[in-house]
Structures are given as C-alpha cells and as structure tokens.
Design a protein around this ligand. Sequence first.
Ligand SMILES: O=C(O)C(=O)C[C@]1(C(=O)O)C=C[C@@H](O)C=C1
Length: 255
Amino acid sequence: MACGDDDKLCLDSIRESLIRQEDTIIFNLIERIKFPINPTLYKQQLPPSSNFSGSLFQYLFQETESLQSKVGRYLAPEENPFFPDNLSDSIIPLTKCTPVLHPAAESVNVNEKILDIYINQMLPLFCTEVNDDANFATTAACDIQLLQALSRRIHYGKFVAEVKFRNSIDEYKSFILAQDRDALMKLLTFEAVEEMVKKRVAKKAKVFGQEVTLNDNVEEVKGKIDPLLVSRLYDEWVMPLTKLVEVEYLMRRLD
Ligand SMILES: O=C(O)C(=O)C[C@]1(C(=O)O)C=C[C@@H](O)C=C1
C-alpha cells in the first residue's frame, strides 16, 4: 500500500494485492527449493572471532534487515522486521502521508512464528534433499526473499482487517469491546474465498513450475514444485497466520 493510496482501501483491491503476492511467493519458493535444506546454515554457530552469537543464517538475515532499515524499508507499514531489536535508523527522510492503519498496528508482528514454521516445518516439507550442498550464502539469500514475501503477505492482514472494520464498524466494535477473539475470527472468515485461494495457488504452482520448451510434442514432465504442497502451505500456515494478524490487529483497534 503506497503513500496516498487511500482510495485503494477496499476489500477488492486489497485482495488483488494478495493475489499478486501469490506470484512472488511461488516464484521465490521455486528458487529456494533448487537447493537442499542445508541444515548447517541454521544450526552451526559462527566462531567467536565473528563477534556474533548465532548461526550464519541469523547473521545474514539480521545484517540484511539492518542495511534495509537504513534505506527506509521498515517505514512502510506492510514491512515488519524479523529482528526488530537490531535495526538502524533510516537515512531516508520519512514521507509524510496520512497513516491508513491504527497506530497499534506496529505492535502486531508474528514473524517469530513464521520463522519457526519456515525452518522446522516448511523446509522439510518442500525440500526433496535434506543434506548440505554448501551453497549457504545463496540459499540464505533465497530464504530471506521468501520469508520477507511471506511476512508481507501475512501482515497484509492488518489492511484487510482495517477495511473490514470500516465496512462494519458496529458489528466489529461489539466483539472488540468484549475482547472476543473467537467471534472476531468467525466474523472475518470467508470460507469460499479460502477455497478459491487454495485452488488458485495450486494452479499457479503448476503453471509457474512447468518446463518451457520449444517442442510442443514433449510429454508433460514433473514440475519444479508440487502444486498440492503450495495449496497446503496456504491452508495450514499462510491463511491461518493472516487471520491471526487480523484478529490481533482488531483486538487493539479501539485502543
Ligand atoms: O480475503 C479476505 O477476506 C481475507 O481475510 C484474507 C484471507 C486470506 O488469508 O486469504 C483470510 C481470511 C478469509 O477467510 C479469506 C481470505
């Protein structure tokens, strides 16, 4: 959501953005799973001489975020850092525009959960090879792109929730005042939309993952990514976490 895009604050245009973000996530997934899991990247601690306590992956991710924060990445409300304690001040002046979200949006960040699911559940599910191939820096670069795309999509739930709130203020208000998470979850859930999302991402995975050749007569070969797994990714993690962000944002919407 760019500055001055307030006119785009309607459910249809927010959903359009979620649809476009599917492309980014699926392409980034295809790039990441070219590599094996590379477990050493996440497990092996850097030597004491590095003056850093953590894995090579943590080091690369924190340094990337720190650099990106200097050029204003985290001034955008759809960007949420994975390591908020390690950011640097932006050298880019803040663009003045009317904030779309309630100020409490800043306190909603589920990246810790995303990172845990990514390393412990997603990578073992998607990567066919489990060992190291020692392409650690390239693998981590793919991880960071993919995690940032997942995080952006999931935290877009704040915009979805804001629109839903503005469209039905009275209904949402009563559940927010009662601090009733379950009722809010029920109110913001559209099962038919979720079914469409699952089908569409599976179709995109099939299309984006196919081998393109100039020979029209070749038999269909196995794609670069399993469409069913992409559908499962959305069903089990992406949509539930988006809804969690929506609920957490709404719970603070009247603060
Ligand atoms: O489109 C919406 O209304 C959303 O809230 C987004 C989303 C999703 O994550 O794709 C989440 C909850 C709804 O049940 C349907 C879809």
